[in-house]
Ligand binder design. Structure first.
Ligand SMILES: *[C@@H]1O[C@H](CO)[C@@H](O)[C@H](O)[C@H]1NC(C)=O
Ligand SMILES: *[C@@H]1O[C@H](CO)[C@@H](O)[C@H](O)[C@H]1NC(C)=O
Length: 401
């Protein structure tokens, strides 16, 4: 009798626990994590479901940025307070409110304490640099002795001596290795072609080739360079694999998908299991009335309304800024089944047409030469909310081991 009952008993005992653990591991990261000061409040069952990436911006006039124009890690073109961008007070009065919970602001000291003796790396294009600057200026609130740091191939970063924490950015705009090449036999005879950008889809760029044992947390992104305006007909992208050009040549989006698959597999393989890996999804652009080089503009006073978002960003509507959602599909496809988690800032940022540097670039003639900047974000600004979310996800992951 007992021998018959035991397997059943085990099933009844173990199955619910497994299910519970499964729900915890899959759903909990999306809930607001409790502050470490109140461990007794950790409930036995998951609280109400909460998705930090869905919600709305609510005006909160008491809200103030955590840093100002004097943060030494600013990049001039994004230092909107210094550049006297209009509306900065209002831009930073909007608070992101997820659908079913509150998003707490990061506690810089608490977070750095949790990260003690650990390092955080960003790898990707200038939108990840934009993110990094927000992160550094926020964390510096807890350690004003923060020093510039630039080693191991990093483009820029900071060391926080009170906590022995380094946070840095490795510039690798396509993640894969790419280089300008003037000699390319297949080009002879083609009108106007000056050379090619060779992309080795299976080789990571040197800038982040040797960081595997340094960072405990990594945040990747790519995508903003995958545009036809960056790689026009005269200087096309040519995709290589195993050192040989791929035949037939890949279209840009196919090439991007292929390289993403390789980079994702590489990241999965090279970084140890205990390294927390995130992939930040696309940051939307807000060029209105034309591309960046066609007088595209983003002089908005208010965030967009929810009903306007599809009009702006639905790829089928064929508008100027349609690429973000399209690229997200490609990236999400590539990330399926991997240990890399997505940091989906796209939806929340789609609203914020009002929060780019626009014409306030801090340099005479910059607008005449480059057009408005409706791609990067003013700092302080929207990426500060990305920081609130990222730090919450990191804290949760570290506490769970
Ligand atoms: C600082 O952190 C590094 C890891 O990033 C560690 O190797 C080193 O021992 C730490 N230094 C101190 C003084 O704890
Ligand atoms: C941009 O605006 C300037 C000044 O109004 C105008 O001369 C130029 O033709 C415009 N360019 C485009 C591409 O629309």
């Amino acid at each position: 009798m007992a021998s018959k009952l035991t397997p059943k008993l085990i099933t009844w005992l173990i199955l619910p626990s497994c299910l519970l653990m499964f729900f915890y591991s899959t759903l909990l990261p999306l809930y607001t994590t409790r502050s470490p000061q109140s461990p007794t409040k950790i409930p036995l069952l998951p609280p109400e479901p909460c998705n930090l990436f869905r919600g709305q911006w609510v005006l909160d006039p008491s809200r103030k940025p955590m840093y100002d124009s004097t943060c030494p890690f600013h990049r001039n073109a994004w230092n909107c307070i210094k550049n006297q961008r209009e509306n900065m007070g209002r831009i930073n009065s909007w608070k992101w409110v997820p659908e079913n919970c509150d998003l707490d602001r990061v506690d810089p000291a608490g977070f750095l304490n949790l990260m003690r003796n650990k390092n955080i790396g960003f790898v990707g294009d200038s939108l990840n640099e934009n993110f990094l600057v927000s992160f550094l200026c926020t964390l510096r609130v807890a350690d004003e002795g923060a020093k510039k740091w630039k080693r191991k191939g990093a483009w820029r970063g900071a060391y926080f001596p009170k906590f022995n924490v380094t946070v840095a950015y490795h510039r690798a705009v396509l993640l894969a290795k790419y280089e300008w090449q003037t000699k390319w036999p297949e080009l002879s005879g083609q009108d106007g072609v000056k050379g090619i950008y060779r992309v080795d889809i299976d080789v990571p760029a040197d800038d982040w080739a040797n960081i595997a044992d340094f960072y405990s947390v990594l945040v990747f992104n790519t995508g903003h360079w995958w545009g036809y305006d960056k790689f026009p007909k005269e200087t096309p992208l040519v995709f290589f694999k195993g050192g040989q050009p791929i035949h037939p040549p890949l279209e840009m989006l196919d090439g991007e998908f292929q390289q993403e698959l390789y980079m994702v597999a590489h990241i999965d393989k090279v970084f140890p299991k205990n390294v927390h890996k995130f992939w930040r999804l696309q940051s939307p652009r807000h060029f209105h009335g034309g591309e960046w080089n066609q007088n595209g503009s983003c002089l908005f006073d208010e965030p967009l309304k929810e009903y306007q978002l599809d009009m702006w960003f639905d790829p089928n509507k064929n508008r100027v800024n349609r690429e973000a959602r399209k690229l997200n599909h490609v990236i999400e496809e590539a990330l399926k089944g991997t240990s890399i988690r997505t940091l989906d800032v796209t939806h929340m940022s789609e609203f914020r047409a009002d929060a780019h540097p626009a014409i306030w670039l801090g340099k005479k003639d910059a607008v005449a030469v480059w057009g408005q900047d409706c791609m990067h974000w003013c700092l302080p600004g929207v990426p500060d909310t990305w920081v609130d979310i990222l730090t919450q996800l990191i804290s949760y992951n570290l506490e769970m081991g």
